[in-house]
Ligand binder design. Structure first.
Ligand code: CTP
Length: 400
């Protein structure tokens, strides 16, 4: 969910600053880009070298980084870079300064420049936490729209017991993720995805299939789940599985199984993305047992399968969004747009087999997304998860 997001971590001087190193690691593990801005006093608790190594970025704390060269840290740029700013630990001192517009270090200047959601995770001794001035600071910050990650209770560095412990790094990450999910346009929406190949049986041991791995569709399902949707994934034969076990998974084999599974309950679906490489033809008759090698030549008569996208397109109501994929090798845009209209989809995601690193089995993809009204979004070569996030962003924000 935080993959590709820019997270600016502000660290102020509390013993809990050592936990900031774990927090950086968790964000990096989630695939976020992390920059750290630290107060001078906080460097006594955790070294910039540790944080720079974990975050893979230089740690910032001075307005003027290189006095000899006259280079300075642009706190405005830093504030604008961030998708989320998290100040953890946030001391009573830093909270009070934030609440009052005091700007005597880089962390505070960056805070004042940040346009993104700002989270604070207070950390202090219990009497400081209980003090009216701290309560005032937190209330004021909440008034500004900042979010407070509640401090926990327990043994404090002073030896006292009570409230004031900084939330654990895992709790801070899940607080942020819940916030992101709650803001998502997919929150509580019913989403249907199909993915993978289909196998059309020739006899009891052979089939007609294709090289689809299901990776792209599975990433779309995982991304939808992370954005708060109720996800149903109809998956053709594939060795892969979604990351999230909460996704409803219906394994299918043939195009007709897939049609049946996708059609069931379609009236309650808000978004359907049909990424499966469905067989266009299936044998007219499936032989019993194994076809024996008797003749020099063998022909198998095939008949067209029912088009799932087109079928759902004919059933679709105005409040439902239907997205198809188009895999093309020539006249890509024209063919993709043709499918969009013919199958009554709202968007079509064009995959070109001509792009290196895109298509079946790879971990990356490069797509163009066309909307019914002619909007077009082109991606770079990105991981399939990033493409999945881009698809969701495009279809939930394009105003057609
Ligand atoms: N599709 C489907 N049912 C089928 C065939 C395709 O739902 N029986 C869907 C695919 O899942 C995809 C879209 O239709 O979302 C386009 O698939 P594609 O293979 O690119 O095109 P086809 O319509 O099969 O046409 P062609 O093979 O001639 O390019």
């Amino acid at each position: 969910m935080l993959k590709g997001k820019n997270i600016l971590l502000g660290i102020s001087a509390s013993i809990a600053a050592y936990k900031a190193a774990f927090l950086v690691r968790l964000f990096i593990k989630e695939g976020a880009n992390v920059k750290v801005v630290i107060t001078d006093a906080a460097k006594e608790f955790v070294t910039p070298l540790t944080l720079a190594t974990l975050s893979k970025n230089p740690v910032l704390s001075e307005f003027i980084e290189n006095p000899d060269e006259g280079t300075w840290t642009n706190h405005v740029e830093l504030g604008l870079w961030a998708d989320y700013m998290i100040i953890a630990p946030a001391t009573a001192n830093t909270l009070a300064k934030m609440a009052n517009g005091v700007c005597d270090n880089l962390l505070l200047a960056t805070y004042l420049s940040a346009k993104c959601p700002v989270f604070v995770a207070p950390a202090m001794d219990l009497d400081m936490y209980k003090h009216g001035s701290t309560k005032d600071s937190l209330a004021k910050l909440e008034d500004f729209g900042n979010l407070v990650v509640p401090a926990g209770s327990g043994e404090l560095a002073s030896g006292l017991e009570g409230e004031g412990r900084m939330a654990e790094p895992e709790e801070i990450v899940s607080f942020l993720e819940s916030y992101v999910r709650a803001k998502s346009p997919l929150l509580g929406k019913n989403v249907l995805i199909n993915a993978g190949p289909t196998y059309e049986k020739i006899d009891d041991v052979r089939f007609i299939g294709n090289f689809s791995s299901g990776k792209m569709g599975i990433a779309i399902a995982d991304a939808a789940f992370e954005l708060g949707a109720n996800v149903h994934l109809v998956l053709g034969p594939s060795n892969l599985k979604p990351l999230h076990s909460e996704i409803k998974l219906t394994p299918v084999v043939s195009a007709s199984d897939m049609l049946e599974a996708c059609g069931k309950g379609f009236e309650n679906v808000d978004y359907a993305i049909l990424s499966a490489a469905v067989a266009d033809y299936t044998p007219i008759t499936k032989a019993e047992g194994k076809i024996k090698k008797k003749t020099e030549e063998l022909s198998i008569d095939l008949t067209k399968t029912q088009d799932i996208l087109q079928t759902l397109g004919s059933l679709k109501k105005d409040n439902q969004t239907l997205v198809g994929f188009a895999l093309e090798t020539e006249n890509e845009e024209e063919y993709a747009k043709g499918k969009l209209h013919k199958k009554n989809a709202d968007f079509i995601v064009l995959n070109s087999l001509q792009d290196k690193g895109a298509g079946f089995g790879t971990d990356t993809n490069k797509v163009s997304i066309f909307s019914r009204k002619g909007n077009r979004v082109d991606s770079e070569l990105l991981s399939k998860m990033e493409i999945a996030q881009l698809i969701w962003k495009t279809i939930t924000t394009t105003n057609d």
